[in-house]
Structure formats: C-alpha cells, structure tokens
Design a binder for this molecule. Structure first.
Ligand SMILES: *Cc1c(COP(=O)(O)O)cnc(C)c1O
Length: 396
C-alpha cells in the first residue's frame, strides 16, 4: 500500500538537495566553528555563509539571525527577551491571540504566573485578527505584541504587515511565530514591520532540530541557553552546522519554487475542500481565502477525529486531527475552540496539510476514503443516531 502523507504542517520530508548539502558536514567538515585550526575554520566559514544566504531570504541582515534548535526555542527566547525588556521599563502587559502555537501560549501562561498580564485577542469565526484589534488593545504599559503569521491548524494567514505597522507606530515591539509561513508564502521582515520572528527548518523540507530567530538590530536579545560565546553571545552551544546548512538550502529551494508550489497546492486544496464540503453536516474551519496553500481543516459532525485518523491510516493516509502536539490528549483543539466551535463539533476535526509532493491521485484516494470512513463511523455512533432521530439538534 502506498503511503499518502498529508501531515506537512506537523513535519515535512527532507528535500534531496538539503540532504546532499548536509552530508559533508556530517562526514568531512566535522570541525567545531569555535576552533582556531583549519578544520574548525572551514566549518565557521560554512556557518557564516549560511547566515548570509538565510538572512537574504527573509530580507534581514545576517547580524540579525540567531540559529536555534527550532521554532519552539526561537519563540521562547523571543518572548522571554521581550518580556524582560518590558519589565525593565515597568511594562507588564502583553498582547497575543487565543490560537497561538503552544510554544507561544505556554510561554505566555508562565509569564502570567510571573506577574505579566496577557490580552488574548479574539480570532473570530474565520480565525483572523485585525490590525485594528491590536491597535485598540495597545496600552502605555504594553511590553510587546505576538501574533502568529499563519496558524498551524486552520492555516489562516494574519494581516502581519498591518499589525506590524500599528506596533511600529505605537513603538511596541512585534514578534511573530512565522514557522508555518516562511518557505510557503512571502515573508519580508522589513516590509512586514517585524521585530522578532521564529523559523523552523522541518516545516519546509529541512531537518528537524534546527531553526532560527530573527531579532531586529537595536532590540536587546537575552541569552536563553547560557554557556559559550556562540551566536554572538546570544545562544550558547556548538552550532548544528549540517542542520543550518541544510535549512538554508531547503529554504532557498522553497523560496525559488514558492509560486509554482503554491499554485499546485492551491489547486489540490480547493479540490479537497469543494468535495469534502459535500459530505452532509461538514464545515471548513478558518477563512477560505486567507489560508495557506496546503491547508484543509474540516469538521464532520457526529464523529471523533481520532477514529477518522486511525481508519485513514489503515488505508495509508497520514493526516491529523489538528496539532501534533495535542494529539493523544482528549481535549479538543484550542484553535477550534478559539474560532467558537462547540466541543462536540471540534472533536470531529480533520487536518490535511499538503506539500508540493502530493498529487491529484493522492487527492482522489483521500476523496474516496474520507466520505466512506465518515459514513462508517456515523453509522456506529450513538451521537449520530440521536442527531438523525432529532433527539439532538445538528450544530453544523
Ligand atoms: C511546528 C511549529 C512550531 C515548533 O517548531 P519546532 O521546530 O518543532 O520546535 C512553532 N510554531 C508553529 C506555528 C509550528 O507550526
């Protein structure tokens, strides 16, 4: 049975070019960039070359790039630094949204325990925040704003440029978790008015365990991991050279092919959405137009998302019910609750996240499997029986 992988928001397969670019740094060029000898200095040159190339892809200066162990670390370091900077000025108010990734949300929860006050902006039924909402929420004691570029579950793309402009005008630093956006849609830290931004390589066909934090010049960045003087004293630890080189190559590839890939994925995505919406009592989650090219997120009433996933997996289709981080827990997705779905509806979710490697044949197979499995599960569901007999009201 062929595997159809449609969980690319959780992670992607590495590109061949990224693997090829990485291999020499695992074999011959194994030096420590902090060593003064030739073997070390060759590695150091590769590191700094990657930094220059990587920075260019998001329109940053190489000095504004700090390599990290991934998106979570970059988010943690950004938020902790911005909170600390705020605290020094007596500012203890933070603005964010209710549907951030847990790397941001859980850090904010901790900051609340430490005395910060967080305003979680409403993301509305479509899963979008507006610059106006941000503007209204800004106070004299606002330390920073953090709004994700694109949501990892429902794929909605936020008006980052406008939000950034509002923050800039008010003199409030602006962080964005751009893990789902970079490599998929155009991101320009200057034009988008971004002060700090988190990136993760494994979401655009790079390796896992490597990412980057962009921090605009002039904004103080604290160390998050203390130790040696790597990353200009901002992130200790011997650099993951192979990972950093591979991430850079993967991002160059993703940016060079962005338009072609997006066009292909949008066509597949739209076929999926149109056909899946024909299943009775189903809905699309998140705005239809302002969404990532590869994202489909649906709810089917009367079923459990986990059951749907297991049956799809048995047919070789690897999808998700939402976030990989919440799978295994019985709580419905915080993102689906944030867009106002009732618990019983939110439980029946399915996320299909495409990559450019998916084909029309993959979509055909998904469109055969999903309606069959949904019908099968509904047939066995007491909840569905109640809905059909009118003992309960349909919510979709
Ligand atoms: C995957 C993801 C992260 C975490 O990145 P890691 O490199 O896996 O730590 C953070 N934010 C968003 C939006 C993500 O999709």
């Amino acid at each position: 049975m062929k595997t159809i992988y449609v969980d690319n928001a959780a992670t992607t397969a590495m590109s061949e070019r990224a693997i090829e670019a990485m291999t020499p740094y695992l074999k011959e060029v194994y030096g420590n960039p902090s060593s003064l000898h030739t073997v070390g200095q060759v590695a150091k040159e590769a590191l700094e070359d990657a930094r220059v190339r990587f920075a260019k892809l998001i329109n940053a200066d190489p000095k504004e790039i700090y390599f990290t162990s991934g998106g979570s670390e970059a988010d943690n370091q950004a938020l902790r630094s911005l909170a600390f900077n705020g605290l020094k000025k007596g500012k203890k108010h933070i603005i964010s949204t209710a549907f951030e990734h847990h790397a941001v949300l859980h850090t904010l929860k901790k900051l609340e325990k430490e005395g910060f006050e967080v305003t979680y902006l409403d993301v509305g039924a479509k899963g979008l925040v507006s610059a106006e909402q941000v503007e209204k929420a800004i106070r004299p004691d606002t330390a920073f704003v953090s709004v994700m570029y694109a949501n990892n579950e429902i794929g909605t793309i936020q008006p980052i440029r406008e939000i950034g402009a509002v923050c800039k005008k008010a003199g409030v630093p602006f962080h964005t978790d751009a893990v789902q956006a970079v490599g998929h849609i155009p991101v320009d830290v200057v034009a988008d008015n971004i002060d700090m931004l988190a990136v993760s390589a494994h979401k655009f066909h790079g390796p896992k365990g490597v990412g980057a934090l962009y921090c605009r010049k002039g904004i103080p960045l604290n160390t998050f991991i203390d130790g040696g003087a790597q990353e200009r004293n901002r992130r200790a630890g011997t650099e993951n050279i192979g990972g950093i080189v591979a991430m850079t190559v993967a991002l160059e590839e993703a940016c060079a092919n962005m338009q072609t890939n997006a066009k292909k994925m949008r066509a597949l995505r739209d076929r999926l959405i149109d056909a899946l919406l024909k299943i009775p009592h189903s809905r699309l989650n998140g705005d239809r137009d302002k969404r990532l090219p590869g994202n489909v997120n649906m709810c089917f009433e009367g079923i459990e998302g986990e059951g749907l996933l297991l049956h799809l997996d048995a047919r070789g289709i690897c999808a998700s019910s939402g976030s990989a981080c919440t799978s295994g827990s019985l709580d419905p997705s915080h993102v689906l609750l944030a867009i106002g779905l009732p618990h019983e509806v939110a439980h029946g979710s399915l996320r299909i996240s495409l990559s450019e490697n998916n084909t029309d044949a993959d979509v055909d197979a998904i469109l055969k499997a999903v309606p069959e499995v949904v019908a099968y599960l509904r047939n066995m569901s007491p909840v569905w029986e109640d809905l059909e007999k009118g003992k309960k009201q349909h919510l979709i």
